[in-house]
Every structure is written in structure tokens, then in C-alpha cells.
Design a protein around this ligand. Structure first.
Ligand SMILES: [Zn+2]
Length: 292
């Protein structure tokens, strides 16, 4: 799933290629992906892309004041196409293609564009056509952006103070902090040497400062690694840059201990016992159930 660093990179990638270009048309292939109906998606035709920005994990294309807001969700991705002039119309219900944005041909006669795809059966990719990005409920509800200057230690202290949630869940909550998902919350907690199950309100001031540093450093480093990469190369970069997430069974590159996993109904988390939980493995309900 693309999180803040990947969406930040996609924002720059699209900004370089799409800004200044006219939209020829937007084809919605997966109808359930389009979450708004007024203004209609056809209203984007003929408008110029004037800017691309990011809100949490949302991509926002400003098209002469009308916004195409995109949430790639868990299995969504964006692929750039240098020339869509020969692309065939796509019938709904087949393959991963959800939305195709066609740009007007350039002087060379090439008509570039991009496609939003979604793998798997759970269709959560979402696009919105709105006059103001805040009309998208998920955007309006976003907490502070961790790369924003205003996100300092005091801001994080206000967030965790009195909060009885486990820190892993808190970091993933977009209403609390924008842009961090399952992968980077694992990475942040490993960098902060903190148990994912630690209750937020129990953090000391020193731990809050460590956590803040881990959030900002982890995300900035990931943004730096993803900078300038083409959309198609981002997934591999994300995977290779992760130190604990999805690496259960492999050695921790800080201490050498074996990275472990806790499984939930539809997700899992990974952590290093030596670095994060005083050497003690966390209870894995699925494993205990299997052993009974
Ligand atoms: Zn370790």
C-alpha cells in the first residue's frame, strides 16, 4: 500500500509530467471507484492540470480549480503511460484497471496519461471530483502531516497525552497523524525501539521525543529514497528500504535477533523482540489458537 513517502514521490512524478497539460478525458472503468457525481467526471475534460499536491495518502490534481482527488487504498497503484493514443477502450469488470486519465496530445503527437489500477478482489481505490479537496471526508478528517514544520514534539505530546490506544493503532489512524500506514508504523516503532502494543498515554516525555524523531527521520529517509523514482519503481524501493515490515523470520539488521510477527484478521505487524519488547515475543492470537 502506498503511504506518505510513495504518495509524496507520485505527487512529484505527476507534477513534472502532467502540470500544464490539458485533460482530454477521464475514463472510469471501475464504477465503484468514483465516489462523487456532481460535478461529473466529464467536467474535467478540457481543463488544464495546474498543480499536484498530497494530503496524507491522498493525491490531489488541481485542474483549473476543479480537483481530482485519488486514494490508492491498499492494493491500488498508478502507472504512467507515455502514449495512450493507441489504447483500446476498456470494458468494466475485467482486469485491474480502475480509472484512466488521458492527456491531450503534445507536439510530437504523443498522448500521455496515467492509469489507476487495483489488484485483488477488495475494491477500495477511490476517486473524487470536487471543487475543494476538503469535500472529501477522508481529507477533511486528516490529522497533522508529519512532514509539516508544525508537527513538533509538542504536537505529538498533545496527540498521545491521555490517549489509551496502543501506539501502533494510533500511528495508523489518519485522523491522528496523516500518511502513516501499516508498513511505516512498523518501521517507526522499530526505529523508536518501542513495542507496538504500548499504550500511548504511558509514554514518558523522553519516549515522546524519541518517537517524534523516529517518525520524522523514518519518513524523511523514505521520501529521500523514493525521490525522483518513476512510479513503476516505487514499490520495489519501498520493499527494499523496510527494516522490519514484512520481514518476519529474517534477522534484524540492528541486533541480529529474528524479526517476529503478530497476525490479525486482515493484517499483520512485524517487530524485533530484542529492539522493541525487551526480548519477549508478543502474543500472537492466531498462533495460540492454532496451538490449542
Ligand atoms: Zn533488533
Amino acid at each position: 500500500m502506498p503511504e506518505l513517502p510513495e504518495v509524496e514521490s507520485l505527487t512529484a512524478f505527476l507534477g513534472e509530467r502532467a502540470v500544464g497539460r490539458t485533460i482530454a478525458g477521464v475514463d472510469v472503468v471501475a464504477f465503484q471507484a468514483l465516489k462523487t457525481f456532481d460535478p461529473p467526471v466529464t467536467a474535467l475534460g478540457g481543463l488544464t492540470v495546474t498543480g499536484v499536491s498530497r494530503h496524507g495518502k491522498f493525491l490531489d490534481l488541481d485542474c483549473d480549480g476543479l480537483h481530482l482527488v485519488i486514494h490508492l487504498a491498499r492494493a491500488g497503484w498508478l502507472r504512467w503511460r507515455d502514449d495512450l493514443s493507441g489504447a483500446r477502450p476498456v470494458r468494466p469488470g475485467k482486469g485491474p484497471l480502475a480509472v484512466r486519465v488521458r492527456l491531450a496530445p503534445d507536439a510530437d503527437g504523443l498522448a500521455p496519461g496515467f492509469e489507476l489500477t487495483e489488484a485483488g478482489t477488495q475494491k477500495r481505490l477511490a476517486v473524487y471530483v470536487v471543487k475543494n479537496p476538503d469535500e472529501v471526508p477522508g481529507v477533511a478528517a486528516l490529522g497533522p502531516d508529519p512532514l509539516d514544520e508544525s508537527f513538533d514534539v509538542a504536537a505529538l505530546k498533545r496527540i498521545v497525552g491521555g490517549n489509551r490506544t496502543q501506539i501502533k493503532g494510533l500511528l495508523r489512524d489518519q485522523k491522528v497523524v496523516a500518511g502513516i500506514g501499516n508498513a511505516y508504523s512498523d518501521e517507526v516503532l522499530h526505529a523508536a525501539k518501542m513495542s507496538p502494543f504500548k499504550v500511548a498515554a504511558t509514554l514518558t516525555d523522553a519516549q515522546i521525543a524519541d518517537l517524534h524523531d523516529a517518525i520524522v527521520t523514518t519518513l524523511r529517509e523514505a521520501v529521500e529514497r523514493a525521490r525522483g523514482l518513476a512510479a513503476k519503481d516505487l514499490k520495489a524501493e519501498k520493499k527494499s528500504g523496510l527494516r522490519v515490515h514484512n520481514r518476519a523470520g529474517q534477522p534484524c539488521d540492528v541486533c541480529g535477533d529474528t524479526i517476529r510477527e503478530v497476525s490479525f484478521a486482515d493484517s499483520s505487524l512485524q517487530y524485533c523482540p530484542t529492539c522493541q519488547t525487551g526480548g519477549k515475543p508478543l502474543a500472537d492470537r492466531r498462533m495460540s489458537k492454532l496451538l490449542k
